[in-house]
Design a protein around this ligand. Structure first.
Ligand code: ZN
Length: 437
């Protein structure tokens, strides 16, 4: 007699084959048989009208903070997720000294759009080391299975303090970081994660700390995985870390390298496929690599108080560093600032979220009654209609509305045929939910 039989469900078995109506028996928490007429069971569930599938592994989440106050990491389990990987891009909250808690939270506000208030009220800071953090999660219990990367930006902040987002590390600092990565892997981290992406900026308009790492630092820290013969290297890639270079890390360490975020850019349509083909070639040479792709368009709703799509533009940096609304507004009104943005946007970039596609950027909600008529219009339309430049139109509008106009920008992955090719590529892994962010 079985412990449990689930009957009449439409079963998606996870192999990609068409779904079928079959019963499933479970004994001691394991699926033991699939088919019709499975015999007697102590418990039966009639799943008529429902779908049954293996639990989803969400391999790219940012639940590091939320999981300390919400062990169920809602709402992911409601979507069928039974395993989450946290610490992606190296944006962790451990290890963390008490004096770095504030900057750690402010980094997450800018880079992942998390709420400062929620983190201030919610994070249980009963840890300092990565091992303490994992121990806290164990002690409190978690809903889904959790695998945690140890994060480069946290490691760097722990060792270098306020210099972490400003400069390269010394040999002594790299050695201190190496030991922290080693400790974290020993404590149970599933790997080491980092970001070299120019779209990843943190507190005070500085780059996220990992972006300041030189080649030696990256090689040394990823090298820990090779020495221990354990763990995966995950990174969100910028121009300084192309696939062939990442392959050398996979080759040197013998460990898997997972490359994010492979999104399709309509203004540079081939690059993402070249990356995936590079990964495929690496695999044919015996080096384990994967590309993280997404089934969703990357779109973002924003106001000029936190304009994530623009923050990857180098010429935007002074705007992130403005220390008051007044100096920020003066900059937005400044013609030479506007010209420097325009000039940069006309140049190609390996990785950039916003690529001068003003027809994909629209006004969602205005503050002033008199501007209501432009809601749902694209900046391309508005600029044409008013015989002006789209950036000028946008900045003049937000200055008139005290920075509170809401926009929607569809940045990447909006070409469905291209996305189909990404999802079906032999080296891609469907990821990038960014849950928890
Ligand atoms: Zn991420």
């Amino acid at each position: 007699m079985h412990d449990l039989v689930i009957e009449n469900a439409l079963v998606f078995d996870g192999t990609g084959r068409p779904p079928r109506h079959v019963d499933i028996s479970i004994d001691h928490d394991r699926v033991t048989d699939v088919g019709p007429d499975l015999g007697l069971s102590r418990e039966r569930i009639d799943a008529e009208g429902l779908a049954l599938a293996p639990g989803i592994i969400d391999s790219h989440t940012h639940f590091d903070a939320q999981i300390t106050w919400d062990p169920m990491v809602t709402p992911s389990p409601e979507h069928g997720v039974t395993t989450v990987l946290i610490g992606n891009c190296g944006f962790t909250i451990a290890p963390c000294k008490p004096e770095h808690r504030d900057v750690t939270m402010r980094n997450l506000v800018r880079v992942e759009g998390m709420s400062l208030k929620a983190m201030q009220q919610g994070i249980d800071w009963e840890f300092e080391t990565f091992a303490d953090y994992l121990e806290l999660l164990e002690r409190r219990g978690v809903g889904p299975n959790v695998g945690a990367f140890v994060g480069h930006s946290s490691i760097r902040t722990y060792v270098m303090g306020e210099d972490a987002p400003l400069r390269a590390a010394t040999a002594t600092e790299i050695e201190a970081m190496r030991r922290l990565v080693e400790d974290a892997i020993d404590a149970g981290a599933v790997g080491f994660a980092t970001s070299t992406s120019p779209s990843h900026n943190g507190a005070d308009g500085n780059p996220m700390p990992s972006r300041l790492a030189d080649e030696n630092e990256l090689r040394t820290l990823v090298g820990v995985l090779g020495n221990k013969n354990k763990g995966t290297f995950m990174l969100t890639k910028g121009a300084s870390t192309p696939v062939p270079w990442l392959e050398t890390l996979a080759a040197d360490t013998g460990r898997a390298v997972v490359v994010a975020a492979l999104l399709h850019n309509s203004t540079d349509p081939d690059t993402v496929f070249q990356d995936l083909d590079g990964i495929e070639a690496a695999r044919s040479r015996g080096n384990q690599m994967w590309g993280q792709v997404s089934c969703c368009p990357l779109s973002t709703e924003f106001s000029l108080r936190a304009p994530y799509p623009f923050e990857g533009i180098a010429a935007w940096k002074p705007a992130m560093q403005a220390d008051s609304d007044e100096s920020y507004k003066a900059l937005l009104a400044d013609v030479s600032f506007r010209n420097s943005i325009r000039a940069e946007l006309t140049r190609p970039a390996v990785v950039r979220l916003f690529n001068n596609e003003w027809e994909k950027l629209s006004v969602i909600e205005t503050v002033l009654e008199k501007n209501r008529n432009i809601e749902n219009c694209t900046l391309a339309e508005l600029a044409r209609e008013h015989h002006t430049d789209p950036l000028d139109f946008l900045l003049d509008l937000v200055l008139e509305e005290n920075l509170d106009t809401t926009f929607l920008s569809v940045l990447l992955n909006s070409d469905e045929d291209a996305v189909t090719r990404l999802l079906t590529h032999s080296c891609s892994s469907i990821a990038l939910s960014d849950a928890g962010a």
